[in-house]
Design a protein around this ligand. Structure first.
Ligand SMILES: [Zn+2]
Length: 376
């Protein structure tokens, strides 16, 4: 058996592993390289294998740095199934078309800038994304399945984002099974909404995410107190707004959860909360549809929410006009918007300074919001 590391090795994006064994070749993840000047060029490079020769793909989760090149893979001739959990399938249904839209807009803008000379075509189009989604198959957590003769696989909860999975794969060669475990991105135990990562007891080969491997996470209660302090001071003492740049999938829902919980517990005065990102809005909708994956605490909060007691005011902006209208709110609002991993968010700041978003329809500098940036 051969295991090739084609991305996310000595870097944290572009996850892609190729497993070659007797009579089978498959990928685990097919992610986009993100960040840095060379990312676009690297994503355009041809795959270092023949996509048509790949039998199937196992996908750990929907984040674009793990799934973002799937439409490129299918466009290049991959005809097999892409296996993922049902929640990941739902998230891919909004994330891949969104990613295609970004690719198309970027290519158009570059073509205008370069007046057609040496401009790269879109990495893939909306049509490619929707063709790719036809090949996606949902498999529940903890259920063993056989993507091909001689291969068994199982998704276990990774507690990272909705639908995220650690993948166990047993590959049989010459009558002997080898167990490979791909951790995908791992959640921190005790995080809200999602269940804790599953403990995997054994593996012959373990491929593990190590982004925070050498760091101690801050004590959560200190972070919580900091958040309450920022909101209280900015909204109620200084009369401003709090702007929270947050990843659309995962982090936005966590922040909403904490704002709800703190308000319900009477530790925050009822704030007005706006989610200003179509992707975050869709991801929040999909999260609510998968109550079965929530941990006990989140299920209790959902029940509380259903009773409608003591909740913060929560609104999702649907159009660019509604988004622009948020600029007129002078104080008292918490505005959560996309940033970071999304290349076309409405707030784009990784450095705490004002930057323009790539999405022209809804682009405006942060400073116009007169808000205080809170890291997320
Ligand atoms: Zn991730």
């Amino acid at each position: 058996m051969k295991l090739h590391f084609l991305g996310a090795a000595r870097e944290v994006t572009g996850s892609c592993f190729l497993v070659e064994a007797l009579n089978v070749r498959f990928l685990v993840d097919c992610g986009m390289v993100q960040g840095g000047r060379t990312a676009a060029a690297r994503n355009h490079e041809p795959f270092p294998f023949d996509p048509a020769s790949i039998d199937f793909v196992l996908l750990t989760h929907a984040h674009i740095d793990h799934s973002g090149l799937l439409p490129k893979l299918t466009r290049a001739g991959f005809k097999g199934a892409i296996y993922a959990t049902p929640a990941t399938v739902d998230l891919l249904g909004v994330m891949l078309p969104d990613s295609a839209h970004i690719q198309e807009s970027d290519a158009k803008r570059n073509a205008q800038r370069l007046r057609g000379k040496d401009a790269l075509p879109p990495l893939y189009t909306l049509q490619d994304a929707s063709d790719c989604l036809q090949q996606v198959r949902g498999i529940e957590y903890d259920r063993e399945f056989a993507p091909r003769v001689g291969v068994r696989a199982r998704f276990r909860d990774a507690g990272h984002i909705l639908g995220s999975a650690i993948i166990e794969v047993w590959v049989t060669e010459y009558g002997y099974p080898t167990k490979l475990v791909f951790s995908g991105d791992l959640g921190q135990p005790g995080r809200p909404i999602l269940r804790d990562p599953t403990t995997i007891e054994d593996a012959d080969i373990l491929v593990i995410e190590s982004t925070y491997g050498n760091r101690q996470h801050k004590d959560f209660s200190a972070t919580e107190e900091e958040m309450i302090g920022i909101v209280e001071k900015t909204l109620f003492e200084r009369g401003g707004n709090v702007i929270v740049p947050a990843f659309a999938v995962g982090r936005t829902q966590e922040i909403l959860y904490h704002l709800h919980r703190l308000t319900c517990e009477g530790r925050l005065r009822q704030p007005k909360v706006f989610v200003d990102s179509p992707m975050a809005t869709q991801a929040t909708r999909i999260t609510r549809e998968h109550l079965e994956l929530f941990d006990e605490q989140a299920k209790r909060l959902a029940g509380w929410h259903a009773r409608g007691e003591n909740l913060p005011y929560l609104s999702f902006t649907a159009s660019a006009e509604e988004s622009m209208a948020l600029n007129r709110i002078r104080s008292g609002a918490i505005i959560i918007s996309a940033s970071g991993m999304c290349d076309a968010g409405r707030i784009r700041t990784t450095c705490g300074t004002t930057c323009h978003a790539a999405n022209a329809a809804s682009c405006f500098p942060v400073s116009r919001r007169r808000g205080r940036l809170a890291g997320a």
